[in-house]
Design a protein around this ligand. Structure first.
Ligand code: SF4
Length: 321
């Protein structure tokens, strides 16, 4: 699979009255055609900021982004805009309450000047059926639907211009647990349907829920205080995390079945402020394995296995935890 999205050394900083918030720091990452990359981390890790940057809603302070081999400068974004869509966490806040569903779903086509009015209406009807909503949904308004149905509407809207990447920012966390698996299955079905048509649909799936990630992702990227600390194929990461932060995250989720025991410790202490990230390894203030070197030297994201990268001077190895 070739890289659909490439980020090289991307940082996102926000100047504030109290100083510069370093939300994302020096992230290099790829998403392949048709894959589901999960981006995980605690609240405040910078994962939504990174997702918004990939969706073109946030400009990077430095670094490069490319889509399908083309740099995402102003002209690059113009060409790529319709191929990158976003689904937000709150399906109600994301939908205009004054618009009927047919207009909501067709809106990206109108903005991108795709098709005429009749074609856009036909596409909206097709998408509403594809996401499992009844046909009469087209003439109804967002408040007439449940949370799960509203998220289906938001997904239909994201699908309208036939994107190749959907950035899904915590798309399940506002939904009842009983509805979450339905929306999750829908997202998987849509990806498989795209592949069956000879197309591709990749997801950047932003989540704090590792059980969901274990179900859906092909690869997982772990973010801590704006830094990428581990990237690995899903099965490898769950079976043998190399970064102490990932290991602690997994240890804090007892319901996930694992092939071997993980460290018993949960993550102690609080995440430092992104206004003042610690020098050296950003995790050293909470890491049980920290040594003197960790306090001064930033660990590089380096290979610890096939397709498995970790940013740690003393990574965990198989059977160690
Ligand atoms: Fe812990 Fe040091 Fe590895 Fe950072 S570099 S995660 S402080 S062992």
């Amino acid at each position: 699979m070739s890289a659909l999205v490439e980020l090289q050394d991307v940082s996102v900083h926000f100047p504030t009255q109290s100083g510069v918030v370093r939300a994302v720091q020096h992230v290099s990452l790829e998403i392949a055609e048709g894959e589901t990359l999960a981006l995980v981390g605690e609240s405040g890790s910078g994962k939504s900021t990174l997702g918004f940057t990939m969706a073109g809603l946030q400009k990077p302070s430095s670094g490069q982004l490319a889509f399908d081999g083309r740099a995402l400068d102003e002209a690059g974004w113009k060409a790529a805009r319709r191929q990158i869509q976003i689904v937000f966490q709150d399906p109600f806040g994301a939908l205009d309450p004054r618009m009927p569903v047919s207009d909501i779903v067709a809106e990206p086509l109108l903005i991108q000047r795709i098709g005429d009015a009749a074609q856009r209406r036909a596409r909206a009807a097709e998408l509403v059926a594809q996401v499992g909503l009844p046909r009469d949904a087209l003439n109804r308004y967002p408040h007439e639907f449940s949370g799960g149905q509203r998220q289906r509407i938001a997904i239909a809207r994201a699908l309208a211009p036939s994107p190749r990447l959907i950035v899904a920012d915590e798309p399940l966390s506002a939904l009842d647990v009983s509805i979450q698996s339905q929306v999750l299955n829908l997202m998987q079905d849509l990806q498989e349907a795209a592949a069956a048509r000879g197309e591709s649909l990749a997801y950047l799936f932003i989540s704090h829920d590792l059980a969901v990630v274990n179900h859906l992702a092909s690869r997982v990227a772990v973010l801590y205080l704006g830094r990428l600390v581990e990237v690995a194929p899903r099965a490898d990461l769950f079976a043998g995390p190399a970064h102490p932060y990932t290991a602690a995250l997994l240890a804090a989720v007892p319901r996930i079945g694992r092939s071997r025991a993980l460290p018993a410790q949960a993550i102690s202490g609080e995440m430092p402020s992104p206004l003042h990230p610690p020098p050296g390894c950003v995790f050293h203030t909470r890491c049980p394995r920290a040594e003197a070197r960790c306090r001064t030297e930033v660990p590089a994201l380096a290979a610890v296995g096939e397709g498995h990268l970790a940013a740690c001077h003393f990574p965990l190895t198989g059977g160690e935890a």
